[in-house]
Design a binder for this molecule. Structure first.
Ligand SMILES: C[S@@+](CC[C@H](N)C(=O)[O-])C[C@H]1O[C@@H](n2cnc3c(N)ncnc32)[C@H](O)[C@@H]1O
Length: 254
């Protein structure tokens, strides 16, 4: 019998953030990294499998380092083989995959260079997608500021030059022995309102476990709603988000 999922965060993440934010971006990443039918694919830091679910004809291993996430995600994307694994210490042999993918995983790694090196070790072709930085997204900036004010902690994302800049990302791949193309995309995130966005984010993230969340929730939702007024209209909230998509390849022309 499987382990019982204890945290509500994976479900909150799947319901609140995957359709609105993660799936459209997963499609962007996959349109730049062609995956042949039957190809061996790693979805690293897979979350609930936004990428994995879009590859029904590939042989997908979906890996995440959080056991509650893996336990929940198995039921969401049963076509993938799910496993518990840290992107910085992948338990696969060199070249075990044709393609290794990682969407919004690098900012959580303690050492993103090591994570990219691991992805490059297990596959000759690597695709990663990640936010460019808080400055480029009014939505995440508003959330980060409100969370710092109300909960004493910001978003659990790392932003630094290696991850935020094209040159930094390029350097991570080159260090891992790969040629790379890096593209910057600007897209739009849509939610019913700023408060609905904040509610969805809190439910799907570690903010929901912050000590003060119960007392702070209402104020936090109001702060984010207020800050996002300039992007809110009769049809709800629409704010810009920016991501980098990096596609690395060993031994092939890009
Ligand atoms: C923002 S979610 C992205 C999930 C998914 N790739 C998507 O696009 O929806 C980040 C995920 O990375 C996982 N994670 C964090 N640190 C990790 C690590 N060192 N190795 C593997 N997974 C990690 C988290 O458990 C979480 O599921």
């Amino acid at each position: 019998m499987g382990r019982v999922t204890t945290s509500p965060i994976p479900q909150g993440y799947e319901r609140g953030l995957v359709p609105a934010l993660m799936l459209p971006l997963a499609r962007e990443l996959l349109s730049r990294v062609p995956v042949a039918p039957g190809a061996r694919v790693l979805d690293a830091a897979a979350g609930t499998g936004a990428l994995a679910r879009l590859l029904p004809r590939a042989r997908v291993v979906a890996a995440d380092s959080w056991d509650d996430m893996v336990a929940f995600a198995r039921g969401v994307v049963p076509s993938a083989r799910w496993t518990l694994a840290d992107v910085e210490r992948l338990p696969f042999h060199d070249g075990a995959f044709d393609v290794a993918l990682c969407q919004h995983g690098l900012p959580f790694a303690e050492d993103p260079a090591r994570a990219v090196a691991e992805l490059a070790r297990v596959a000759p072709r690597v695709g990663v997608l990640l936010w460019t930085g808080l400055a480029e997204s009014p939505g995440f900036r508003a959330l980060d500021e409100a969370a710092r004010k109300r909960l004493g902690q910001g978003l659990a994302l790392r932003f630094d030059d290696a991850l935020e800049t094209e040159a930094g990302l390029r350097g991570l791949f080159e260090k891992a022995g790969m040629g790379v193309t890096v593209e910057r995309l600007r897209r739009e995130a849509r939610f019913a309102s700023g408060a609905a966005f904040a509610e969805a984010y809190v439910a799907g993230s570690s903010l929901s476990e912050a000590e003060a969340i119960d007392e702070a929730r209402e104020g936090l939702l109001r702060d984010v709603d207020d800050a996002l007024r300039p992007w809110t209209g009769p049809h709800g909230l629409a704010f810009p988000v920016e991501v980098h998509v990096a596609v690395g390849s060993r031994g092939a022309q890009l």
